[in-house]
Design a protein around this ligand. Sequence first.
Ligand code: 13P
Length: 258
Amino acid sequence: MNRRYRKTIIAGNWKMNKTASETKVFLDELKGHVGRVKWCEVVVCVPYVDIPMALRALKDCRISVGAQNLHHEERGAYTGEVSAEMLKDLGVKYVIIGHSERRQYFGETDSLVNKKVHAALDAGLRPIVCVGESLEQRQAGITEELIVLQVKAALAGVPVEKMRQIVFAYEPIWAIGTGQTATSEQANEVCNLIRATIRKMHGARIARAITIQYGGSMNAGNAYELLAQPDVDGGLIGGASLKVPDFTAIVNAANQEQ
Ligand code: 13P
């Protein structure tokens, strides 16, 4: 982290977990622990149907609400889909884009990710753009090329004045839900590469202002060391964000001197 230049963001990605009633119970408890935290931005990215309940439960505290996806068109005949404007109108602040599970199970491509980034920015939502390599890609030695490609593709056509709205999340696929976390050096190396790529595109001032999270089996035990890395500015947390003590411990791990 480097709090001088950028905001630390700890975000939970609930994936397809928790009903609306469970959301209320969970967030009523969570806000008692981290609802007033000032050292980082705390976000919960909940399923679409839980968003109204989450916003209601969190209205009097500092925790923000995010979505996990959106459709890239403004409106129209896209049965079952949700637009950026619909999310913005509810009061949603963040939206995860290009999570590896969406790339893998729903065929999302780099070019679709780019369209979604534009849709989010146009509506005034902050995209959390996920990039990351599979185990085969890491073993083949192409992590660097792949990450640079994913970052460049996601940012195609994004004007420099909107860059500060974007958050990146480095999520190595082999570390997601596996309990196998990247080492803090591996995490920092790729977060640094993402920043270097942004620097080449938009210059040093923008690059150093962008929050870059790590995601993949981050938990109460490893969060402190990961967040102590200079280019790791937060976490995108799956499993551990579903339990109040674990998520609270990660938020507390972000309260460190830099
Ligand atoms: P886990 O923390 O469960 O590994 O999930 C990470 C993730 O995919 C967050 O988006």
